[in-house]
Design a protein around this ligand. Structure first.
Ligand code: PGA
Length: 238
């Protein structure tokens, strides 16, 4: 199972370092069979640790150049980073990034052998139209994306569940992940208000291979709590 922490525009360089040190200390002792990814803001990028892969929340599809405000391959290489998150809904809907631009970034980082966590997710109005509309919307977000790329990880994050505290229903997650599994043989994560209350039911779903966590990842205790809740050998207290 994969646990990915998306800090978004939270944490500083100092607090990220402290976070990684503490989490690494825990993971070293616990020896969970999980892959752990942390995506800090660009100013806090650093090399990963033995048990944690550090990745970028986004990056421009070029090595370097005249792209004011952006970072690219040159900046990522300084920290030996080879994992990038692309297509997060906040980039699609707030920044206004087009599918074409995201696909360009994907192609660039694929060419450079990066692990790519590729995010998709439908807005509420699409969800209200029914599942067929959801499936159609999601598949369009794979336009120009190589689904067979061996370092691809997909993250399904319904826009209406992100940062709202209300995750999708377990049945909705199951149905959507089953649909994605038809064509995607790579890991598919769920994201959107994952927290201690719902991690067990989400992690138990057949086609959920991990979680992408925002709010509940910002504190080490909280993020670790999610892992501990689904760790093998965990006694079910419910
Ligand atoms: P959330 O964010 O866990 O705060 O809903 C998830 C994400 O956007 O990756």
């Amino acid at each position: 199972m994969i646990f990915a922490a998306n800090f978004k525009m939270n944490h500083t360089r100092a607090s990220t370092r402290e976070y990684l040190e503490r989490l690494e200390g825990i993971l070293r002792v616990e020896e969970y069979p999980f892959k752990v990814l942390v995506f800090p803001p660009a100013t806090a990028l650093c090399e990963g640790t033995d048990h944690i892969t550090v990745g970028a929340q986004d990056a421009w599809g070029a090595e370097h150049g005249a792209y004011t405000g952006e970072i690219g391959l040159q900046q990522l290489r300084e920290f030996a980073i080879d994992t990038v998150l692309l297509g997060h809904s906040e980039r699609r809907h707030i920044v206004g990034e087009s599918q074409e631009r995201i696909a360009e970034k994907f192609a660039f980082y694929r060419e450079h052998g990066f692990e790519i966590v590729y995010c998709v997710g439908e807005p509420l109005e699409v969800r209200k139209e029914g599942f067929e509309a959801v499936a159609e919307y999601l598949w369009e977000q794979f336009d120009g994306i190589d689904l067979d790329y061996e370092r691809l990880i997909v993250a399904y994050e319904p826009v209406w569940a992100i940062g709202t505290g209300v995750a999708a229903e377990t049945e909705q997650i199951a149905q959507t992940h089953d649909e994605l599994r038809r064509r995607i043989k790579r890991p598919v994560l769920y994201g959107g208000s994952v927290k201690l209350d719902n991690i067990r039911s989400i992690a138990a779903l057949e086609n959920v291979d991990g979680v992408l966590v925002g709010s509940a990842s910002l504190e080490v205790e909280s993020f670790h709590g999610l892992m501990a809740a689904v760790a093998p050998g965990q006694i079910d207290m419910d």
